[in-house]
Design a binder for this molecule. Structure first.
Ligand SMILES: [Mn+2]
Length: 438
């Protein structure tokens, strides 16, 4: 990429232009779309959370800027930003000016945010549809709806309001669902960083360490690669692995326990999402191996099933079938397979779905059903495959299996042929994991 001075594009122009024109070509004639940057959010008192750009705004502009808006019509692109002032730059460092914003985003028409409110009236006046993501910011909703209504009721002055307000998700989130080869390359990079962290941690885990110490290694590996954690990491020893959203990570790891670690890197808002389950000490115990092997078999089956034309539901059912067979083998389920599936009694041990889309959001956007039917996979979609088993500590469970949680999760690209596992560099076979620990 050429040296653009203080700022260089985070996403290549070609990629951004392809995304914008795909969006524009799906917009109604005579319509306009507006997407705002994410709001800054308070953590406590006067301290803000680290800024996290709105995924849709970033997808279309590649701009990390904190205050701005993108306007698209079927044949125009315009972005409004707040250029830095010397005072702001003293505190927060260089801010892209209008020219630099254009160079970063590839959008020629860059304007000062100060003019947005005035301009909006002419952008929105007379359009057929206004694409606007209502419902996420009350103040903004009030402003946009107020404007639309004013244009409508002032008909005698020659204005007219948008006939319809349409959520841009209907266009944008469908586009985001199918990844370009550039995005898949970036996902491959975050997957590599994630794999590095998992390998380092599986090798480092020892009885007596705190879950937080393993979490510290995650942060170390991620930041070494200029990445951050994609979501609050789960590092759960022993029975805490059965708490699906355990993120306290503040307990000690005991000899004989398994650790369930659901943790992954994100960079440039591109996410990975990986879970591995491994012994604290060198070896899996026999009962742990029994359970682990079932989940691994279910995961392999589900990955193999993640092909063009399959659906989230069909992949889930394939994983479920293997899990239920295994639960019956281990006598954790005492009824027939049909009965267990029919009555959903497996939910005592497996209570979540097998996968979700992943991309610019870790639980990525895009609909899972089309007109009530599961959506068939198509090449370029990326999803997780993450079956698990969570055996509670109840009295009717054989003691050896109690309080054991196992999940195995990888990120899979749907292709024209075999599924592509982006995170296969993280060891998953029992022997591979045990070998890492010697
Ligand atoms: Mn996941």
């Amino acid at each position: 990429m050429p040296d653009m001075g203080r700022f260089s594009p985070e996403i290549p122009h070609q990629e951004l232009e392809a995304r914008r024109s795909a969006c524009q070509s799906r917009m109604e004639p005579g319509s306009v779309l507006i997407i705002h940057t994410a709001p800054r959010r308070i953590m406590s008192n006067d301290v803000h959370y680290r800024f996290r750009q709105d995924s849709d705004f970033y997808y279309l502009t590649g701009l990390p800027v904190e205050e701005g808006a993108l306007i698209l019509s079927p044949d125009r692109s315009c972005v409004y930003v707040k250029p830095g002032t010397p005072e702001k730059e003293t505190w927060e460092g260089p801010q892209p000016n209008l020219h630099e914003t254009g160079e970063m985003s590839g959008i020629e028409d860059v304007r000062d945010l100060e003019g947005l409110n005035k301009d909006l009236e002419s952008w929105v006046n007379g359009v057929s549809a206004l694409y606007y993501s209502y419902g996420s910011d009350v103040e903004r909703d009030r402003h946009i709806l107020g404007l639309a209504q004013r244009l409508l009721i002032r008909g005698r002055a020659g204005t007219s309001g948008p006939e319809r307000i349409v959520h841009p998700a209907l266009i944008l989130h469908e586009l985001r669902l199918v990844k370009s080869s550039w995005e898949i390359e970036r996902m491959r990079e975050t997957a590599e960083i994630t794999a590095m962290a998992h390998r380092e941690i599986i090798a480092a885990a020892k009885p007596g360490m705190g879950e937080f110490e393993l979490e510290a290694i995650l942060h170390n590996v991620f930041r070494r690669s200029n990445a951050i954690e994609a979501y609050p990491s789960i590092v759960a020893g022993g029975g805490r692995a059965c708490i699906l959203h355990y993120i306290k990570n503040d307990e000690a790891l005991k000899n004989g326990d398994l650790v369930l670690m659901d943790a992954a890197a994100a960079r440039g808002y591109i996410h990975s999402d990986v879970t591995r389950t491994f012994p604290v000490d060198e070896k899996f115990t026999r009962p742990q191996k029994d359970l682990y092997s079932i989940v691994l078999k279910a995961q392999k089956k589900a990955i193999a099933s993640s092909v063009k034309g399959a659906t989230m539901d069909s992949v889930h059912n394939d994983a479920l079938s293997v899990l239920v067979d295994g639960l019956i083998d281990l006598k954790l389920v005492k009824e027939s397979k049909e009965e267990c599936l029919e009555k959903k009694t497996y939910r005592r041990f497996y209570m979540h779905r097998t996968g979700h889309w992943i991309g610019y959001d870790v639980h990525d956007v895009g609909s899972y059903y089309i007109q009530g039917k599961p959506r068939p996979f198509q090449p370029g979609m990326v999803c997780t495959v993450e079956p698990g088993l969570y055996i509670p500590g109840d009295d009717d469970i054989p003691e050896a299996y109690r309080n054991t949680g196992i999940r195995i999760e990888d990120d899979i690209v749907i292709t024209d042929g075999a599924p592509l596992n982006l995170t296969s560099a993280v060891p998953v076979e029992i022997e591979q994991i045990e070998e890492l620990k010697c």
